[in-house]
Design a protein around this ligand. Structure first.
Ligand code: ZN
Length: 159
């Protein structure tokens, strides 16, 4: 019902304001784009990590009678292994994205938990055959659920 704003009444930047400023610093001033972790809500209480995106643009838009802020994100080739360490692969970003319907099928099949240890938090969708080796994102057979720990140990082995 209310407009989104960049500042609170006390003049403090809102979350929208901070994202807006960051995108503008990149677009206008050429600063490095901020890296944003994106999580997707699969169902209530279940969030999955969707990848790391660069925040490259922001603008106000009128939706109905409200002003809202929109943000443009570009998928990076960064794969988080640890906070301080990242891997790169040569695959095109689009093919790394796992469609939502594939995620739902995999989530149901794997019972919403890591297929190795049964953990049900910090879950990642993992390509069984890595996309860098031609593995597809488009069929559930090549996707499985791993917890962050097993996702990480797998990444170490491939390297
Ligand atoms: Zn696990």
């Amino acid at each position: 019902m209310v407009d989104q704003v960049l500042e609170s009444r006390t003049g403090k930047r809102t979350q929208n304001g901070k994202f807006y400023d960051s995108a503008q610093r990149h677009k206008v001033e050429g600063a490095d784009a901020c890296l944003i972790r994106v999580y997707q809500k699969l169902r209530p209480g279940i969030w999955v990590f969707n990848g790391i995106f660069r925040l490259v643009d922001s603008w106000p838009e009128t939706v109905g009678s409200r002003t809202v802020y929109k943000f443009k994100l570009e998928l990076t080739e960064e794969v988080i292994v640890e906070e301080s360490q990242s891997l790169h692969d040569r695959e095109m970003p689009q093919t790394r994205m796992i469609p939502s319907d594939v995620k739902r099928v995999v989530y149901q099949r794997d019972g919403g938990q890591c297929v190795i240890c049964g953990a049900d938090d910090n879950l990642h969708f993992d390509h069984e055959l890595p996309y860098s080796k031609g593995g597809t994102s488009l069929v559930a057979e090549n996707i499985r659920i791993l917890c962050a720990r097993h996702n990480l140990s797998k990444g170490a082995k491939i390297q």
